[in-house]
Ligand binder design. Sequence first.
Ligand code: DP6
Length: 349
Amino acid sequence: MSISNNQIIDRLGSCNTLSWKAPSNIALIKYWGKKDFQIPANSSISMTLNNCYTNCIMEFIASDNFSVSLEFENKSDDSFLKKVTKHISRIAKDFPVLKSFSYTFKTSNTFPHSAGIASSASSMAAINLCLTELLVKLDEVPNEDFFRFASDHARQGSGSASRSLYGGFVDWGATSNDYGSVQDNIHEDFIDMGDAVLIVDSGVKEVSSSKGHQLMMSHPQREERFSAANAKTKKMIEILKDGDWNSFIPLLESEALELHGLMMSGTPWFILMKPETLALLDLFKKWRNENSVRAAFTLDAGPNIHLLYHKDERDRVLAFINEQAISHLENEQWIDDKMGMGPEKVIIQ
Ligand code: DP6
């Protein structure tokens, strides 16, 4: 049942702005392939980041004419605006009251736009935290289920965003296909893990993730991949709880290469790694094995490398970057990140 304008005014009082910051995440076992509407073909698990996040301010005013305007880093962005408008219209099928407002979104990222880091997870998470908080204020969503609803809404905007609603390690598809779920009791050897993101190429990817998911659904190895990925997610959760770095390294690395192998063995095939990606992976493997460092790489759907490392290995990893990796990086760029605690509400004065 839809609520009246008077009820809206009663419930919101003078509140006309909500703001959240939400982090990006890096998948350890990857979501690659989706069925129906934004349902993952296999389960995935990620680590939430700390320094790479999106800030979102949502201003809203009750209106008979639903409208959305948006600024990304103080500039208009038509394709993002279209995506957000379509997204709100979709969520409004379950919560029609969302169409009773005019919205203005102002979003910005803490990571450079040109760093080749996907921002859809953090931006969809931040936007949906604002929208879901509005629904809580309107008594449409129970406060105790706030993050679950926010994750479900974020998932509908971008699958990986479902995992950006919580800190630490988060699965999507192992506990529920509709929302991300935090994994508790992680071993201290994986807590506060570092993530050095080595920027090899910041250009626009030849094939978007959305297209990649679609191609995966006609891949000759899809069924084997989906069941193997489900088993790998379970295994990864066990490893994180046991603190088993010896098993973590091969599982993380073979999963990253499997993702890229699937891209290369599909029809049409595509390659997102660059020559410098391969050069760096070679250097890293040699250095890690010679020095027995608790560090491992993973790759997103792109050429940049995430080096995940035990918090006590930071000095050695920084030495590797500065002495060996730096000359292979685009403009010597890398992002110094680590495990994060999840989104934060921003209080507007
Ligand atoms: C390789 O979440 O960006 O990063 O649901 O179409 O928005 P959409 O896709 P998206 O895909 C992410 C793919 C990945 C792996 C992962 O994050 O699990």
